[in-house]
Design a protein around this ligand. Structure first.
Ligand code: SAH
Ligand code: SF4
Length: 358
């Protein structure tokens, strides 16, 4: 078996690995600072380590598990990376600077993938089109963030926290890879890691049995986004045909329990598809389900995917939908499309890449 890369260790297992090699335990702290605070890409950058140790570590303890990514930048500053895993699986992640055009940006949010592909198969989503290839390791998840962090540092100079927020909203269903997702959250949040607060980390899920409760019970519980996309079960089954997905009322009540238990923010994600779930009667039905329960609804006009027939609703339909929810006391920001010229909706770049190579 090849040696475990540094990003797949936590701080105590890294110390153990170094001691087992006959090195001093304190080297772990030095290496982790380079990896997570300076977003180092090679041992050569760690000039505070003796040169012969750096040479030895290159083969005995690889730093990263992924290779050099392909980079696509959009005019609004959004950067999409297609990161190759060691077995060739391409993995997508996006960095969204906000507000657009501000230098340096106030928020630098990275959207990460948790699986190569996705087993859920929502009808509008590029990630599910080719099914699931495999789960990503914690290292492969966290390297999406450090690689984006490195680009931010190179572009904007030594910002203290190059990445300010992380959302698990790329390819894959996080609750089918929960242990490794929690491992990645630990590396993002820890003092020995990137030091990103749990209230700046959000996990998005379509809702699979037992998942929300398990995360709520964990000390590293972050904010939660529930991919609802429908005001009733009939529409939800049409949009999220996965038989193991929770119903609308199960999802809403899991969300309410999560907020009560963890005190973290819970949002319902609602991808708006023209003629499917975006009419005024859908807004009224949704308002009845969520109003007064402390949940926010994120409205996401559909980002069109090559080969899929769905369309985004007209701007006035989106505005009317939002007006109805607001009148019922439900906060419902509309998420603007960002970086769509580089196919920023989850799974689109990977799909193109796979189409090109198979
Ligand atoms: N599998 C998890 C997390 C990743 S998907 C989940 O579904 O929650 C993250 C979000 O991206 C979901 O809310 C999903 O509905 C949205 N999304 C996927 N494809 C999209 C598209 N083409 N346009 C707009 N939003 C999309
Ligand atoms: Fe999977 Fe999420 Fe895409 Fe649905 S929206 S197919 S759960 S990645």
């Amino acid at each position: 078996m090849p040696p475990t890369p540094v990003t797949d260790h936590d701080s105590s297992s890294l110390r153990d690995a170094l001691v087992a090699m006959g090195e001093k335990a304190f080297r772990a702290g030095q290496i982790l600072r380079h990896v997570y605070r300076r977003c180092a890409l090679s041992y050569d950058e760690m000039t505070d380590l003796p040169a012969e140790l750096r040479e030895r570590l290159k083969t005995a303890l690889p730093l990263l598990s992924t290779g050099r990514p392909e980079e696509k930048k959009s005019k609004d500053g959004t950067v999409k990376l297609l990161v190759p895993c060691a077995d060739g699986q391409p993995v997508e992640c996006v960095m969204i600077p906000e507000p657009p055009g501000k230098v340096p940006p106030e928020r630098r949010t990275v959207c990460v993938s948790t699986q190569a592909g996705c087993p859920v198969g929502c009808v509008f989503c590029a990630s599910g089109l080719a099914g699931l290839a495999r789960n990503l390791t914690a290292g492969e998840i966290v390297e999406q963030v450090t690689r984006q962090g490195r680009l931010v540092r190179d572009r904007f100079g030594g910002i203290d926290h190059p990445i300010s927020n992380v959302v698990f909203m790329g390819m894959g269903e996080p609750f089918y890879n929960l242990e490794r997702v929690i491992g990645a959250i630990e590396r993002l949040n820890a003092d020995w890691g990137m030091g990103i607060g749990l209230n700046r980390i959000t996990v998005s899920t379509v809702g699979v049995e037992g998942g929300v409760g398990k995360l709520a019970a964990h000390p590293l519980a972050p904010n939660l986004a529930l991919s609802l996309h429908a005001p009733n079960d009939e529409i939800r089954r049409a949009v999220v045909p996965f038989t193991k997905a929770l119903t609308v009322s199960q999802l809403v009540s899991e969300g309410v329990k999560y907020r009560e238990k963890t005190g973290k923010e819970v949002t319902c994600e609602y991808v708006m598809l023209a003629d499917v779930n975006s009419r005024p009667e859908h807004a009224r039905e949704l308002a009845k389900r969520v109003s007064g329960r402390g949940l926010k609804v994120n409205l996401i006009p559909y980002n069109e995917v090559e080969g899929l027939a769905y369309k985004a609703p007209a701007a006035r339909e989106v505005a009317e939908f939002a007006r109805i929810l607001e009148a019922a006391g439900v906060p419902c920001p509309v998420r603007r499309a960002r970086g769509d010229r580089i196919a920023a909706a989850c799974g689109q770049l990977r799909l193109r890449k796979m189409g090109a190579t198979t």
